[in-house]
Ligand binder design. Structure first.
Ligand code: BES
Ligand code: ZN
Ligand code: ZN
Length: 454
């Protein structure tokens, strides 16, 4: 698919809140309505108001509608605005809406839309270039998350990261299971112990000259989460290939940031492991010592992400000097999905200003984040009788917060830290907005916009 200034086969139009109506077709120009008139060669999509999310969804819907009718090109006028975020969203939507995961299908999806014809005298080259890099990387993240667990093992994720490092001139360090064991990353090591596919800690760094800031991104990379000995019920285990979403997201962000040439130093730390069962699996009742010396009583092996991340956070703080911020991304808790629904990520931390910056940024990209505030009553829920801390809370309520609070025990620079629980939006088994069934690539867009703003 390419963008041009030619004439297109079909004309598409985004209708804002009933500005255009076709009563004979029952089209009122309202949010979510799509009208295709193949004989007249017209497509109309309705949105409630102009914002980034609606524009991405509108252009994604145009692509989906045209694919159905096998048109090859479409002509459209971009919104009349100077707002760069809105224009990026407008162009991105076409490419995000074009995404189909057909890797394992014998009959591959056809891609008849060859050309998006931009009906405007303005020069959008810079905007289109950025929109393409963003969409390409979001689709790359979707592809890896959607790929089956037998394919994307920790070793495979390592190989993918190494390849990206080579192509984009990133520094790349890989640590294997022996390194993790010998160097005291026993929380991380133990989670991966029972798998035939051993764990890896992956550290990529993008170091542009004259970088203004240094940002660390840590990602939960559970290539599979069976729950371990605290085995998940069958219905809950399905989709757990998506438990690597945090790690893949930070991989997509660092790759896109380097392609965009952002002037921020970025470190991506991926904790890749499989949480499996077996004779050597870690057990409820085990006590594990993390890299920072804290001991953890395991009472549920399905609360494994926080164990992997605990050591990854310790690794980051020990090995990366003088960073400005440290963010972690994880499909950490079902509780976050129960609380906020499937379309919203939870964000937690002690720095309210930093959290507000993220919330403000997300409006520019149309992704949904909600702040979940810690309070002074929560820490005692993680108390253990046999170790420094327990890996699950004693209360069945507020699981997203207690998981986030657990992580904070492994962060020294608490004011620099923000935790993103993306368990809901990272992977949804139905289409929503401009997102397909399955992996969404959630977070990549917002964090790129945030990094750009630094
Ligand atoms: N990977 C899961 C969380 C999850 C659930 C992600 C649903 C995406 C969709 C995580 O490792 C987990 O199993 N968490 C447990 C924690 C509990 C044992 C304290 C959970 O949420 O039930
Ligand atoms: Zn789990
Ligand atoms: Zn998990």
């Amino acid at each position: 698919m390419k963008f041009s200034k030619k004439k297109g086969e079909v004309k598409a139009e985004i209708v804002v809140n009933g500005a255009k109506k076709f009563e004979e077709y029952g089209f009122e120009g309202k949010e979510g309505e799509i009208l295709v008139l193949p004989e007249k060669k017209r497509v109309y999509v309705g949105i409630e108001e102009i914002n980034a999310e609606n524009l991405k969804t509108a252009t994604a819907n145009i692509i989906k509608a045209l694919k159905k009718y096998k048109f090859e090109s479409v002509e459209i006028t971009p919104p009349n605005t100077e707002n760069e975020d809105l224009l990026i969203a407008f162009f991105e939507g076409f490419l995000l809406g074009d995404y189909e995961f057909d890797k394992y299908k014998s009959t591959k999806a056809k891609h008849p839309i060859k050309e998006i014809c931009i009906n405007s005298k303005r020069n959008f080259d810079k905007i289109i270039k950025e929109a393409k890099i963003r969409a390409k990387n979001i689709n790359f993240v979707r592809d890896i998350i959607n790929s089956m667990p037998d394919e994307i093992t920790p070793a495979k994720l390592t190989a993918i990261a190494e390849e990206i490092a080579k192509e984009n001139n990133l520094e790349c360090k890989i640590y294997d299971e022996n390194y993790l064991y010998e160097n005291g990353y026993h929380a991380f090591y133990s989670v991966g112990k029972a798998s035939a596919n051993p764990p890896r800690l992956i550290h990529l760094a993008y170091k542009p000259k004259n970088a203004k800031r240094k940002i660390v991104l840590v990602g939960k990379g559970l290539c599979y989460d069976s729950g371990g000995l605290s085995l998940k019920p069958a219905d809950y285990m399905v989709t757990m290939k998506s438990d690597k979403s945090g790690a893949v997201t930070v991989l997509g962000i660092i790759k896109a940031a380097s392609e965009l040439g952002l002037d921020v130093e970025i470190h991506a730390i991926l904790g890749a492991a499989e949480n499996m069962i077996g004779g050597n699996a870690y057990k409820p009742d085990d006590v594990l010592k993390a890299k920072n010396g804290k001991t953890i009583e395991v009472r549920n092996t399905d609360a494994e992400g926080r164990l992997v991340l605990a050591d990854c956070l310790c690794y980051a703080e020990e090995n990366i000097k003088d960073f400005d911020k440290i963010f972690d991304f994880a499909t950490l808790t079902g509780a976050c999905v129960v609380g906020l629904g499937e379309y919203t990520a939870g964000i937690m931390g002690f720095n309210k200003e930093q959290i507000n910056e993220i919330l403000k940024t997300s409006e520019k990209t149309g992704e949904h984040f909600a702040y979940l505030p810690f309070n002074k009553y929560l820490p005692k829920l993680l108390k253990s009788n046999v170790a420094d801390i327990c890996n699950i809370a004693s209360s069945r309520y507020g699981g997203a917060l207690t998981a986030g609070l657990f992580l904070s025990e492994f962060v020294e620079n608490k004011e620099k830290w923000t935790h993103f629980d993306i368990a809901g939006p990272a992977y949804v088994e139905k289409e929503w907005g401009y997102n397909p069934f399955g992996a969404s690539g959630f977070g990549v867009d917002s964090i790129l916009t945030y990094l750009k703003s630094l």
